[in-house]
Design a protein around this ligand. Structure first.
Ligand SMILES: *Cc1c(COP(=O)(O)O)cnc(C)c1O
Length: 417
């Protein structure tokens, strides 16, 4: 008997995707091919280990799939080494951190409230529970990373590992500067490009691959693949690290910390989806896609500015920006809820030096990756920003109902990938 309960809910979610404007900066829409791979029979297979070195029989085709995913990832990122097994970005960070340092060592990461990620040292996360953590943030004036300040903090706390990367930072990150700081204090450098990996492979942001000791990423944000993680290394991939009292190359250490260190059987269906996503991102039209993401995001940010809103750091170099709502007498949480009621999906977000708690927050985060995948151009993106501003300034429920009607009529015309 068919599970109508679940399949009806999937149909409802499908309609929600179709009739809402999706602006969550960490989300995107995958291609049909990727979804076919992720929904395939590959989910049936156990394949602990790595290609040609498994703990289970029957892995000959799985080996070919994972080998393809690895070679495509290396080509796409210009990497010497790739591990495509991490189940998520957080799992990739856990394995990468464990390959570089030992429990009790010191991590210097970006403050969560300034745009960092939980896995960069937050007290509620493994990274803050098993390691001693220190933080850098953005400067109060520019709301951008001040590299001299990061160096000062690093010289002060002497970290074993520095993590560069963020979840809600709208400016390009200078990975070379981070490596100089790491070298200055003899720390390893981990670059977490979860949000911006699509921008990097398309050539719009500087690459961390040969700069960092290890690079981690999700595969489902601007890279537009299935939900998952990867770990990459460039010219340092063969560097010897002390691993559980033994010398190992960095790549061998990561292979151990992913499996058996932190995971069991890989999600082979997702690895197949990742391989397809890497191939898609290798196509010339992926560059065009990312160029459009950046353009669409800028258009929206500029419109907010022209309407008198303050954009954190004054603008954006990537696929997202933060709007400070303090002047509107509206919290981030209230704005998120209000916009949801007119079929616009985004998330509340703390702004640097926020006076409100993260669950309330003074800002909202707006991302352009998903709408661009539906084919919205700059003019369409301008219309999206206009809907948001109208909703935020709406005086009555009647006005909100009218906006919702227009939003649905507008967005339904754009096909889902
Ligand atoms: C999204 C994100 C992650 C974690 O990804 P999950 O797949 O949700 O675990 C890690 N680091 C950064 C910077 C991110 O933005």
């Amino acid at each position: 008997m068919r599970d109508d309960q679940i399949f009806n809910l999937i149909e409802k979610e499908k309609l929600r995707e179709k009739e809402h404007i999706e602006l969550i900066a960490s989300e995107n829409f995958t291609s049909l091919e990727i979804r076919q791979a992720v929904g395939s029979i590959l989910t049936n297979k156990y394949a602990e280990g790595y290609p040609l070195n498994r703990y289970y029989g029957g892995c000959s085709f799985i080996d070919e799939i994972e080998a393809l995913a690895i070679s495509r990832a290396k080509e796409l990122f210009g990497a010497e080494y790739a591990n495509v097994q991490p189940h998520s970005g957080s799992q990739a960070n856990m394995a990468a951190i464990m390959a570089l340092i030992n429990p009790g060592d010191r991590i210097l990461g970006m403050q969560l409230s300034h745009g960092g990620h939980l896995t960069h040292g937050s007290r509620v996360n493994f990274s803050g529970i098993f390691f001693n953590t220190y933080f850098y943030g953005v400067s109060r004036d520019s709301e951008m990373i001040d590299y001299d300040e990061v160096l000062k903090i690093a010289r002060d706390c002497r970290p074993n590992l520095i993590i560069a990367g963020a979840s809600s930072y709208s400016r390009e990150i200078d990975f070379k500067k981070f490596r100089e700081i790491a070298d200055d204090v003899s720390a390893y450098l981990l670059c977490d490009i979860a949000h911006i990996s699509g921008l990097i492979v398309a050539g719009f942001h500087n690459s961390s691959i040969d700069v960092a000791h290890l690079t981690t990423s999700t595969t489902h944000k601007t890279l537009r693949g299935p939900r998952g993680g990867i770990i990459l290394s460039g010219k340092d991939f063969n560097k010897l690290v002390n691993f559980n009292g033994k010398e190992k190359t960095l790549s061998n250490a990561v292979n151990s910390t992913v499996f058996p260190g932190t995971q069991g059987g890989p999600l082979v269906h997702v690895i197949a989806g990742k391989a397809i996503a890497f191939r898609e991102a290798l196509q010339e039209n992926f560059k065009e896609y990312i160029a459009n993401v950046i353009k669409n995001t800028k258009v929206m940010a500029e419109y907010f500015k022209s309407e008198g809103f303050r954009i954190v750091s004054g603008g954006t170099d990537n696929h997202l920006f933060l709007v400070d709502l303090s002047s509107l007498d509206l919290t981030g949480a209230e704005a998120e809820k209000l916009l949801e009621s007119v079929n616009i999906t985004l998330n509340k977000n703390a702004i640097p030096f926020d006076k409100k708690s993260p669950s309330v927050a003074s800002g909202i985060r707006i991302g352009g990756a998903a709408i661009t995948s539906r084919g919205l151009n700059e003019n369409d993106s301008l219309n999206v920003a206009k809907f948001i501003v109208r909703a935020l300034k709406a005086k009555s429920d009647i006005e909100l109902k009218q906006i919702k009607k227009e939003v649905v009529r507008f967005i339904r015309d754009f096909d889902m990938p």
